[in-house]
Design a protein around this ligand. Structure first.
Ligand code: BGC
Length: 415
């Protein structure tokens, strides 16, 4: 081929790509070290297809700020192509008539056979796919710094009694026992792990998923709240307002011994070059080894007018479910692939435990949705429950009995 014909052929190819190239604007809240690394995998796969990635990152753990910004964008008729939306909120957005039907992509890529049915159902509205899932996060984890434990002569806890024994030893050794960020979603992340560990999966489902008044106000809930308050006494005075990844950094540096947090925390340890099993430990939150609080990140796809952008959006949905993306994204994010039958050889022990426990707990009936991360109850009830729990956490004068009454009331606030 002559130089000119090569140039022409290249121009032709470029023309072909550009003709279909669109822009995807993606709203997410993945701004910490590990999160950003994971998100860049999605950006790279879209750019490889010739599309333009417009990053719409709104910082703030668990996405509270991102959801506020999203609402104003959609209300003003300027929705992004995709937004990180999960759980019952997917249905809430779909009911507004603003989400796009992704069935063509889902059928072409066999999503129905590649996803656990319960998860697929949550991504559909009236039988049509409106969102694409990226992962499964386990929320009921305890992260620990083995060196800090060694220094304190403490042992990794498996029960709440052992947790407090370890916390006491860490404190005596001059180490902050529990790294915490006082934001209401972080308070609730701790609360739901305590509820699962103290009350068990059946209690968790009755109280926090079905919002059963008899469980929300019960001797078990009394024990949960008392235990939860005791956890607070092992946090430091600078906890209020602290971001979750800064709390994780305290464990990474050995300033703190433990953190109760979902496995996006692992993304931070890995991004800091730490090795699981050596530099940090992952164990189920006390009393929850045989249960699993799940949190599935997904992207809801909004209706778009521009054809090239619609094509880019479909490519995004397809890329999200591809085995290549599911692997590289989840290796960085700390989660496990949501796509079934993936090879996990490259994943570490924390992820392998998570994958095995996901299957085992699904069989045993102890796989439960995370409330703190929007997987179970309507957003209005979730917000009301979080407010009650944070009020209890922040004000030691708030009584257990009064808090249980407020939980019952919060459980009734449906949207
Ligand atoms: C999301 C995670 C995210 C975490 C902290 C959770 O609700 O599911 O993807 O890393 O919040 O922002």
């Amino acid at each position: 081929m002559t130089r000119i014909s090569v140039a022409l052929a290249t121009a032709g190819l470029m023309g072909a790509t550009l003709a279909h190239a669109g822009e995807v604007e993606v709203l997410h809240w993945w701004t910490s070290g590990g999160e950003a690394k994971a998100a860049s995998a999605l950006k790279a796969s879209m750019q490889a297809k010739g599309h333009t990635w417009k990053d719409f990152a709104v910082a703030g753990g668990a996405g509270d700020a991102a959801m506020t910004v999203l609402k104003s964008r959609v209300v003003s008729g300027n929705a992004p192509a995709a937004a990180q939306i999960k759980g019952p909120s997917i249905q809430e957005w779909a009911r507004e008539g603003v989400l796009a039907n992704m069935d063509d992509v889902a059928k072409a890529n066999q999503w129905d056979t590649l996803l656990p049915k319960a998860i697929a159902d949550g991504l559909k509205y009236k039988g049509n796919y409106v969102a694409a899932p990226v992962n499964v996060h386990r929320v009921n984890w305890l992260w620990a710094n083995p060196e800090a434990f060694k220094k304190a002569g403490a042992k990794l806890p498996t029960t709440w009694d052992e947790f407090f024994t370890a916390a006491e030893a860490l404190k005596k050794a001059g180490i902050i026992p529990v790294a915490h960020g006082g934001q209401n979603w972080q308070d609730f992340t701790t609360f739901e792990s305590v509820a699962l560990g103290v009350g068990g999966a059946d209690f968790y489902k009755k109280a926090l998923v079905q919002l059963d008044p008899a469980a929300l106000k019960s001797p078990t809930m009394e024990k949960v709240l008392t235990t939860f308050r005791k956890v607070k006494s092992y946090t430091d005075k600078n906890a209020p307002g602290r971001d979750w990844n800064l709390a994780t950094a305290m464990v990474i540096k050995g300033e703190a011994g433990m953190q109760l947090m979902g496995d996006w925390a692992k993304g931070e340890f890995l991004a800091a070059g730490k090795v699981p099993g050596k530099d940090f430990a992952c164990v189920p939150a006390p009393g929850t080894a045989k249960a699993y609080t799940y949190n599935v990140d997904s992207f809801a796809l909004f209706k778009l007018k521009n054809e090239a952008n619609q094509k880019a959006q479909q490519d995004l949905a397809a890329a999200i479910m591809s085995p290549e993306f599911q692997e590289v994204f989840n290796l960085n994010k700390g989660s496990i692939p949501v796509r079934l039958n993936m090879n996990l050889d490259k994943f570490d022990e924390c992820a392998k435990t998570s994958a095995a426990d996901f299957v085992a707990t699904a069989k045993a009936g102890s796989l439960v949705p995370s409330i703190a991360h929007g997987m179970a109850v309507p957003s209005a009830s979730e917000g009301a429950l979080k407010d009650v729990v944070s009020q209890f956490w922040n004000d030691d004068k708030t009584t257990v009995a009064g808090t249980m009454d407020k939980l019952v009331a919060a459980g009734k606030s449906r949207q």
